[in-house]
Write a protein that binds this ligand. Structure first.
Ligand code: UDP
Length: 360
């Protein structure tokens, strides 16, 4: 085994771990900590106050949460709120840096990219979203020029949204498969999982549920209440049931009994952790053919890729669900998205960054 690395993770500043406000990157952080700990590494996490994570050294950082990038415009300047948790996290990281071999940034924010030059310890930047802002495009480009090899991302589709010519480490994602039970005997329901926010396109899933008269369970953080209200008003008779935001244990217990997962994002989803969570339960996925889901789903075998923003195509996908072998879905999750493989990929990336870092 490689040497034991002491790592400091600086978590997303948009929400405490376990709150759901951070979306899929929260699950990625939790799973990555587990995978690296299993490999003998020591991981500490500096995360917003009220975070929850088991079996890790957690440093709770106070301060105001950062607004999410998808609520801003492409030309919005970098935002720094008063008493920003983002700034407080990086002040902490700067003070404690010499206790670690590497710092890992999970924020899609300008500040950590800018600060990288002022640290003695190398910083790896795991970028969890596609390109959404000009300020971030420049920040990412400058990191590529000054610290080549330190940019990581989930998928090729995600990096294709950024300026051309940058080098990225593609790391994909993974889940702890032991936490997701397989189910061969689903009920009639469909399920939709995610933050309830316009870029997630929930209204299309609701429209398809209404058209096919199929009950749709909705699970996830209510991020934009006005958006949710508009959907309910637009589809008053849709057979939908909103069950709130639940933890992984409850989530898989509900998902595994469903016929299929619908993924209807309007944006280029960087990955889509919910897709692999569903597959792990044996649940096929109907998704728009773009972004991460188009790389995850094997069309006709683990789900159906529909034409983006096209309800008719979505409905067609729903009609194919019963032809999908659920056991094959679980197998694919086991083969492609296991925690040990994720741990190995990140470990190799971190080792390379540490080896190539200028000696201070
Ligand atoms: N999720 C959850 N509880 C819910 C609904 C969703 O914990 O009730 C989690 C889910 O496990 C996944 C995340 O929310 O990790 C959504 O991540 P995804 O990568 O699909 O999308 P993102 O929010 O990052 O755009």
């Amino acid at each position: 085994m490689a040497r034991c690395l002491k790592l400091l993770f600086v978590s997303t500043p948009v929400g405490p771990l376990g709150s759901g406000l951070g979306g899929g990157v929260e699950l990625t952080v939790v799973n990555l900590v587990a995978a690296l700990t299993q490999r003998g590494h020591q991981v500490a996490i500096a995360a917003p106050e009220s975070s929850h994570i088991e079996a890790a050294q957690l440093i709770q950082i106070p301060g105001t949460l950062q607004p999410t990038a998808h609520t801003q415009w492409r030309d919005t300047p970098a935002i720094m709120v008063d008493n920003a948790v983002l700034a407080n996290q990086w002040t902490y990281a700067h003070q404690i840096q010499h206790s670690y071999a590497l710092i890992v940034n999970f924020a899609y924010d300008w500040l950590p990219f800018y600060l990288t030059s002022f640290f003695d310890v190398p910083i790896a930047h795991f970028v969890s979203m596609g390109s959404l802002s000009r300020v971030m495009d420049r920040a990412v480009t400058q990191i590529h020029e000054k610290f080549p090899g330190t940019l990581g991302a989930y998928t090729q589709a995600q990096v294709d949204t950024f300026p051309k010519g940058l080098t990225w480490q593609l790391l994909s994602s993974a889940i702890d498969l032991s936490q997701y039970a397989y189910c061969d005997t689903p009920g009639p329901d469909l399920v939709w999982l995610g933050r309830i926010s316009p870029e997630k396109g929930l209204e299309d899933a609701v429209a398809a549920a209404q058209y096919t008269h199929t009950p749709l369970k909705i699970l996830g953080k209510l991020e934009n209440a006005d958006y949710w209200q508009t959907i309910q008003q637009s589809y008053p008779n849709a057979p939908i049931d909103y069950l709130g935001f639940v933890n992984t244990k409850e989530l898989q217990a509900i998902v595994r009994g469903c016929r299929g997962l619908l993924m209807t994002p309007r944006w280029v989803e960087a990955f889509g952790n919910v897709a692999i969570e569903a597959l792990a339960c044996g649940v096929p996925v109907v998704a728009y053919r773009r972004g991460g889901p188009a790389e995850i789903i094997d069309h006709g075998k683990t789900g159906w890729l529909a034409e983006p923003d096209n309800i008719e195509s979505l409905v067609n996908g729903i009609q194919q669900l019963d032809h999908i072998d659920r056991h094959y879905c679980r197998q694919q999750a086991e083969t492609n998205y296991s925690l040990p493989a994720l741990g190995e990929r990140f470990e190799n990336w971190f080792e390379t960054i540490i080896e190539q870092a200028p000696q201070g």
